[in-house]
Design a protein. Structure first.
Length: 527
């Protein structure tokens, strides 16, 4: 889904209630306030300029696309579109829109989606996630690359309430994929009027269950119910406050002290304590923790070195002794999912790592340049980086330096390809292997390391034109074998589990799920 800012999903949502003994309970009619620790100051509130989990948490409150995520399964459910159907060959999706409007009262029509998607795909917008619609919509890739006119993109408004999308092939995951913000509507009337200032309080226009109330940088963002939202009868929270707390221990202690009511991460040193609590919830998550190589680096462009660095790290010891949250050590990048078997990958093997490093011209690590690993500020990332630093020194005889950065700067550094090795986390946007593999496609906006293999790209394109089934999954498996086993584009560490603390005896509308996405619509305090 997005780039992950914190160790285990990058966010902490806090339901700030005034309960008896903590200031008195608010009137039920007004609903409860939700305070969400977002883990970092967001890059932006503009959907065309965001790329991380902290940003997505806010987007979910302020915007709604054609479809939304089911809170239990994360499959697509109706959003602005009340229904849809596919053509017989599965290459055309026709959406039927409900009567919906922006928070400023402007109607949302099929033409709104046409204009919004073309704006998002325009080369001048430089949206990081433009590769997602470009991969599946007919003509979108050429338009996004500046090779064709907007009229060639396979989207059209049949009438005000009918929106038609022509795909590059059957694309079995297309509807689920369209819950992502790269397919959302944009308030172009506000963008035209205010320019970059359209996301500021007083100028902001959205179409989600909430509307922006205030934004104090580095302190908090607050949103309140949107009275123009079509499903406002299912909005029970009176306010959501997003806090940019980067320190997991601080957030956890606030939760224990009754200041916060839902936290989506637990610091490693508190896990044993948390596991004894009935409000602690751990579940498998469709997400991977990994390090990304800059393959443009004169040293790291050698695949032997990338493999040596990868297989000299004992990942099992990492999850057993360092992270300790039930994560699953991994040699591949894509998590297992129904019908898909991850690549074999390259397993822990110190002797082979030493041989590879020597073959690359650095026997016993002699004369190997000091590398820098960057990570965003978080104690969990720091502990993992220190473990890796020790492993490379012990097993290969090489030194690396560690550099932590605040979230926005960290993302900018990666996006600019201005790094050697960077920590990364990826949470699925939809439940299909392509969502992970497409990060390494040569034209992907998230390909920060600039990995490029035409054979890999060709397999992803081939898979996007295939019907669902074992043949398609085999093509995706073969693609990951190239990316991971052959080329070692990343160093995979583990598959996440989600770690949440929330008292479900008090709160309704919250469910564990594989994407760890929890829509705010429907969340409420139990009577």
């Amino acid at each position: 889904m997005k780039k992950v800012s914190m160790l285990l999903a990058a966010t902490a949502v806090l339901l700030a209630l005034a309960l008896t003994g903590c200031g008195g309970k608010k009137a039920a009619a007004k609903g409860a306030e939700l305070v969400l620790n977002n883990g970092a100051e967001p890059q932006s509130l503009d959907p065309s300029q965001i790329q991380g989990v902290p940003e997505n948490r806010i987007y979910t409150a302020l915007f709604e696309g054609l479809v939304d995520y089911d809170p239990k399964t994360c499959n697509a459910v109706p959003g602005v579109a009340k229904s849809w159907e596919r053509s017989k060959d599965n290459t055309v999706i026709t959406y039927h829109l409900r009567d919906a409007q922006w928070s400023d009262g402007t109607p949302i029509t099929a033409q709104t989606f046409v204009d919004s998607w073309l704006y998002y795909l325009a080369p001048s917008t430089a949206a990081v996630y433009a590769y997602m619609p470009a991969m599946i919509i007919k003509g979108a890739a050429d338009y996004n690359a500046g090779k064709a006119d907007a009229s060639t993109v396979g989207i059209r408004a049949v009438d005000d309430h009918t929106f038609e999308v022509t795909l590059v092939g059957p694309v079995p995951y297309a509807v689920d994929m369209m819950a992502h913000y790269s397919f959302g509507p944009l308030p172009l009337q506000a963008i035209k009027k205010y320019g970059k200032d359209w996301t500021k309080p007083g100028n902001f226009v959205g179409n989600g269950p909430f509307i922006l109330e205030s934004w104090t940088p580095q302190e908090k963002i607050t949103v309140v119910p949107n009275d123009k939202y079509w499903n406002k009868g299912n909005v029970f929270l009176s306010r959501i406050t997003f806090l940019p707390i980067e320190n997991d221990t601080t957030a956890y202690n606030k939760y224990k002290n009754g200041e916060l009511d839902w936290t989506t991460n637990v610091p490693t040193e508190m896990l044993d304590e948390a596991k004894l609590r009935s409000d602690f919830h751990v579940a498998p998550q469709l997400a991977s923790y990994y390090y990304e190589f800059n393959v443009n680096d004169p040293v790291l462009k050698d695949v032997r070195i990338r493999k040596a660095l990868a297989i000299s790290i004992d990942r099992q010891t990492l999850v057993d002794k360092v992270t300790k949250g039930g994560q699953i050590a991994a040699d591949a990048f894509v998590p297992p999912m129904p019908g898909f078997t991850p690549a074999k990958g390259n397993a822990y093997n110190v002797e082979e790592a030493k041989k590879l490093l020597a073959d690359a011209g650095y026997p016993d690590g002699k004369n190997f340049p000091v590398m820098t690993v960057i990570y965003n500020t978080n104690e969990g990332h720091k502990k993992i980086a220190e473990y890796v630093q020790q492993e490379w020194k012990k097993n290969l005889g090489i030194d690396v330096q560690l550099q932590n950065m605040e979230w926005a700067t960290f993302l900018d550094k990666r996006q600019a390809n201005d790094f050697q090795i960077a920590r990364a986390g990826w949470v699925g946007d939809y439940q299909d292997p392509s969502n992970f593999l497409e990060l390494c496609k040569s034209d992907s906006g998230n390909n920060d390391g600039r990995y490029n293999n035409p054979d890999f790209d060709a397999l992803l394109v081939k898979a996007s034109r295939m019907n669902a089934g074992s043949d398609r999954m085999q093509v995706l498996h073969d693609a990951e074998e190239i990316m991971m086993t052959q080329d070692q584009a990343y160093i995979p560490f583990y598959y996440y589990v989600s770690l949440n603390m929330i008292d479900l005896d008090k709160w309704d509308g919250w469910y564990t799920n594989t994407l760890d996405i929890h829509p705010y619509t429907g969340m409420k305090l139990k009577k």
